[in-house]
Ligand binder design. Sequence first.
Ligand code: NAD
Length: 419
Amino acid sequence: MSPFHSALKQLTKAAALMNLDDAIFEKLKKPDTILQVSLPVKMDNGTTKVFEGYRVQYNNARGPYKGGLRYHPKTNLNEIKALAFWMVIKCSVVGIPMGGAKGGITVDPKKLSSRELEELTRVFTKKIAAFIGPDKDIPAPDVYTNPRIMSWIVDEYSNIVGHNAPAVVTGKPIELGGSAGRIEATGLGGFYIIQELVHKIKMSKKNITVAVQGFGNVGYYIAELLYKAGYKIVALSDSQGGIYNKNGLDMNPVNIMKTKENEGKISGCYCIGTVCDCENFKQITNEQLLQLDVDFLVPAALEEALNGKNAGKVKAKIIVEMANGGVTPEAEKKLLQKNKLIMPDVLSNAGGVTVSYFEWVQNLQNYYWTLEDVNTKLKKIMLDSFNQVWNIKEKYRTDMRTASFISALARIQEAMRLR
Ligand code: NAD
């Protein structure tokens, strides 16, 4: 099942349970706009390569389109459509006044030099410039994109419109109008969800074990926050494999990141080291990590990590889906049958877009908040959203994903009706 097919399945399940208006259901099955662009780049060796880029604007009933940009060799239109749809739901779950979009380029960015990556980003910005903008559609970082790439977009877009326009993207460096706390926001939002859940289900706080798949922006920060709060991180992984220590000994994400960066080579704008450079741990595969007997399993890499094939082997009690689309509907069905609790992506990882929204607000006001302001507001939104979704779950006797969708769709439906 493709990611977009999965997204529609989730929509259909929630729509049926809440009696979503038929016309709105039909409208939500398709994105508003799909933009597909060719991106010619002069490579360092003198040849020209043409890459493919996308921007899908899904729905803006509740506010301007909002969503990240992904640079990945497997990125394709189906995936971007699903990710754009999930952004619509996510912004609404946490009640921020934005719609949903997503974009990306099919490219292995680690194989490009810094100059090639910059040119690719600037060509992409030129091609989508008429469609994005602070009041229209505001991109942000996602897999293999980062604040450096956002800086090039701000610069290129500002040159095109003839004035400084920092609010065209979020996830910028602080010096260019980025928000305090944005870099760790997605991980911190997920951390708040876990803390609230532990409190809600009265879980003993001692020796809670966690395995995290993916050690990028999201995986690293959530692992670091959990480690600092006393959770036992027993396994971590990235695209090259994983590391494991049953007792969580020395599994300090800060040290592991240092080793990864010290050992790893730099390719263009990327460190291509791996957690597997930490040789004092047992080496495991990503599949083995997903099957560990832990309290919390946190997929924080790519979609479909847990799927129909491997879900039956999952031993973790609770899955906190930090990767968008990390659990397929087939996997979810199997996991729910085994009474696993799944904290869905549209709730768990919504901290990122929440602080992106704060960044946009700060840019528009040209008035900047302290880290304390940002995190206090983020915490309130995450906890309120968690509790609203939890209550809907109880009311409809359903799972947390369907409850999140019901919460989101009710707001989207109201906005679409009013318009
Ligand atoms: P990132 O590029 O910073 O990191 C991605 C990580 O995943 C890297 O450690 C990479 O090695 C690992 N990875 C890639 N392929 C893998 C594979 N096949 N198996 C295991 N690990 C693999 O990306 P990120 O920003 O951390 O995004 C991770 C997930 O979180 C994505 O699904 C993204 O859409 C989602 N997300 C990100 C944000 C954000 O603010 N960055 C917000 C919400 C959701």
